[in-house]
Design a binder for this molecule. Structure first.
Ligand code: GLY
Length: 392
């Protein structure tokens, strides 16, 4: 069978893969996106669409500043990214920049929020520390039990499903090709990578981008296996009907750490559990009850809002909680990684896509302003001095 030739093959048609495809489109490159569909529940299904640059931090302190900087740059890129995507497709993403509110129930939690607000301001972010009354004036749906809150006015949210639908629609408008298949194997070098698909079809591409989320496996010959583990997230949506509840709310870690994201269509997404190592799509009844109970502690009206649906997705986690971006110099030339966005794939999509397009295309790519640095996220950082392939 003859192979079809492309300049760039992107393995993974989720938010990250399609955002990279979008950043590469219009650059006179033949782009193909290959996606196996719901064989692995997508990370987008674990997301409620918070663009929470001020709150989501890396698991390793060594990556915290770099992840914050990347998140802040991506948050700043979001308004233009959303507006262009909406213009091109005529679809709404429900992008809203009303900020995000994290709440406290006691003095200990309030002190922790105050500290994180100070740290955020020291990094150049914006955060307002509010007492309980001020928090309720900002968001009247909050419980009387809330004694303090940290409001990050620059954070935002988007509807993750609408985003994925719009990215797919935008990609269909380009000359790019889409294959709904699994990639079984990739072999080659910069002269050309041969991709074998599950239906037996073969493709050839000069450049390969691995953006397959939690499904990232050892399918590229010569590339050390990326250290990705799935962290399952279960979520539910309730119907808030006429209620004016408006802000994204993050609950305290005790008794649970749910967040609530009110969407324009009347749904409130309540997410999400964190279960490491599970790959199945099931949703546990007890998990959903716990999420809803935690959310109702903070927004009591949640108790009365009917459940509309529940679902789960797999976040792709890395050992240090930060993504893996760029070329792995131990692997074949022409292979780039866009993996491990864990809880931040939606937030990081615009910045990662722009920066990767620039790394792939070199100087011919439009220059993002200011320049986004991928170096801290390079794939080789997990190799310990004890030996190749170990994860630090
Ligand atoms: N982005 C939030 C989550 O992954 O649950």
């Amino acid at each position: 069978m003859n192979a079809t030739n492309f300049d760039i093959a992107i393995i993974g048609g989720g938010v990250i893969g399609l955002s990279v495809a979008r950043a590469l489109s219009g650059q006179k490159r033949r782009v193909v996106v290959i996606d196996a569909g719901h064989e692995t529940p997508p990370a987008t299904d674990a997301a409620a669409g918070m663009l929470a640059a001020s709150f989501e931090s890396a698991a390793e302190e060594s990556m915290a500043d770099a992840l914050y900087a990347l998140g802040a740059q991506s948050l700043a890129a979001w308004p233009a990214f959303a507006a262009m995507l909406e213009d091109e497709t005529g679809l709404s993403l429900d992008y809203r920049d009303d900020g995000i509110v994290a709440v406290a129930f006691d003095e200990g939690q309030a002190a922790a929020l105050k500290d994180s607000g100070e740290q955020l301001c020291a990094r150049g972010g914006a955060a307002w520390f509010l007492d309980g009354g001020e928090a309720r004036r900002l968001e009247p749906a909050l419980s009387d039990r809330v004694v303090a809150a940290l409001y990050a006015p620059g954070d935002a949210q988007v509807d993750p499903r609408k985003l994925l639908i719009a990215l797919r629609a935008a990609f269909r408008k380009t000359a790019g090709r889409f294959f709904g298949e699994r990639v079984v194997q990739v072999e080659g070098d910069k002269a050309g990578h041969r991709l074998m698909l599950s239906n037996g079809e073969r493709l050839v591409a000069k450049t390969v981008v691995l953006a397959s989320g939690a499904a990232a496996t050892q399918l590229i010959a010569g590339l050390p296996p990326p250290p990705i583990t799935p962290v399952k997230g279960e979520a539910l949506a309730v119907d808030r009907s006429e209620n004016t509840f408006r802000h994204v709310i993050r609950c305290p870690a005790q008794p649970a750490l749910p967040y609530l994201c009110p969407k324009a269509d009347g749904r409130v997404i309540i997410g999400a559990t964190e279960i490491a190592g599970r790959r199945d799509a099931g949703v546990d009844d007890a998990s959903v009850r716990k999420l809803r109970a935690g959310a109702a502690e903070v927004v009591p009206a949640v108790r009365d809002w009917p459940e509309i649906e529940r679902w789960s997705g797999l976040r792709p986690a890395t050992p240090d909680g930060a993504p893996i971006l760029g070329r792995d110099r131990r692997g074949p030339d022409g292979v780039f990684l866009a993996l491990g966005h864990y809880r931040n794939g939606i937030l990081l999509a615009p910045a990662c896509a722009e920066a990767l397009a620039r790394e792939i295309l070199g100087e011919s790519a439009p220059s993002p302003s200011p320049l986004i640095h991928l170096q801290p996220f390079h794939p080789e950082r997990f190799v310990s001095s004890a030996g190749e392939g170990e994860h630090g």
